[in-house]
Design a protein around this ligand. Structure first.
Ligand code: ZN
Length: 340
């Protein structure tokens, strides 16, 4: 990652950053993230495949609907807070786990779901969808889609619905599972869906997972993070923000090809100027990662996130916009892991 400023933030300073709407990476727990992969130059891929699953994807898009995201988000935002060190954040995680399990049951291939335990209550959820061809997984590595399940407010005891941040990315992944399960999709190589805990604590959950994968020499083909997929600012036209900092340029170019081929709206390249979400943990670990967000960064929902106003009952919160990110997610995993 180079020369980003390292700030030794106390817990109070982290709250202050959040209060300013800032995001940050707390690197104190994993100072060595990326050191093993740096020795192993084979990890970073620079070529991603030509698109070849258009016909099946377009059929699969027939299964995408806003019914699931609406129902899921109503429940997910009803927890008082999904703060990662709270009892309700643990309950929201258990509810999310049940949804993921229910959706995994519809797959015609092996799936396994696990809780990645942390030093706090809420756990990261990892769903693995087994590829039909183990040698393909060995060649390519696993394909990962991520979103973060926790929410936060200026102070942890305040109401924190987190509809956009990152309820929207979470339900984007759930609808992706729903539509791919209904399409009887079986990947050739392994795919994982990650629902991270403690993104708001400074990417703590995703750093723990990325560090474990690096230490275990897990090959990762590509990781795409979806954090805030719903907001369309009044007076702007719908776009997908493709983040160009703390991401892999080659994978980012691949994601722009997916937007051109499969979405109804264009993309705009944008910068967040700091490690804005969990893709930055994978980038720091030396794995190819990309980040898609609801708009150019300056048009994102920055005035409402991390407050009790981050709800979905207002006219800038768009379910059709979320469904464009569902299409992107489906295309990402199908084009990178195949359709057996
Ligand atoms: Zn977020």
């Amino acid at each position: 990652m180079g020369d980003q400023e390292t700030v030794l933030a106390s817990e109070m300073e982290k709250w202050w950053l959040r209060a300013q709407g800032r995001r940050f990476i707390d690197v104190t727990e994993y100072p060595d993230l990326g050191k093993v992969n740096a020795q192993n130059m084979g990890v970073l891929k620079v070529h991603f495949p030509a698109l070849e699953h258009g016909e099946r994807l377009k059929e699969a898009y027939e299964h995408v609907s806003d019914a699931g995201p609406r129902a899921d988000l109503a429940k997910f935002t009803s927890f008082y807070t999904r703060y990662y060190r709270s009892e309700s954040g643990r309950r929201s995680q258990r509810w999310l786990m049940d949804q993921v399990e229910g959706l995994a049951d519809h797959f015609a291939t092996n799936t396994s779901i696990s809780e990645f335990k942390h030093d706090w209550e809420q756990r990261t959820i990892i769903l693995r969808i087994g590829g039909a061809n183990a040698s393909r997984t060995a060649e390519r590595g696993v394909t990962i889609l991520g979103a973060h399940q926790d929410s936060t407010s200026f102070l942890p005891f305040l109401r924190s619905p987190g509809a956009d941040d990152d309820g929207s990315g979470t339900v984007t992944l759930l609808e992706t599972l729903r539509a791919l399960g209904a399409s009887r999709w079986v990947p050739e190589s392994d795919v994982e869906f990650h629902f991270y805990s403690a993104e708001e604590g400074g990417l703590l959950g995703s750093q723990a997972v990325a560090s474990a994968y690096e230490q275990d020499h897990v090959r990762v083909q590509a990781m795409l993070q979806q954090d805030m997929t719903a907001f369309v600012k009044r007076g702007t036209t719908e776009k997908v923000g493709i983040v160009t900092d703390y991401t892999s340029p080659a994978l980012t170019d691949f994601v722009t090809r997916l937007v051109d081929a499969y979405l109804d709206i264009p993309y705009v390249r944008t910068k967040t100027n700091y490690g804005a979400s969990d893709h930055a943990s994978w980038d720091r670990a030396g794995y190819p990662s990309a980040f898609a967000i609801e708009a150019a960064f300056e048009d994102c929902n920055l005035q409402n996130i991390h407050t009790s106003r981050d709800t979905f009952d207002h006219d800038e919160f768009s379910f059709p916009h979320i469904l464009q990110f569902v299409r992107l997610s489906m295309a990402f995993v199908v084009e990178l892991s195949g359709w057996a």
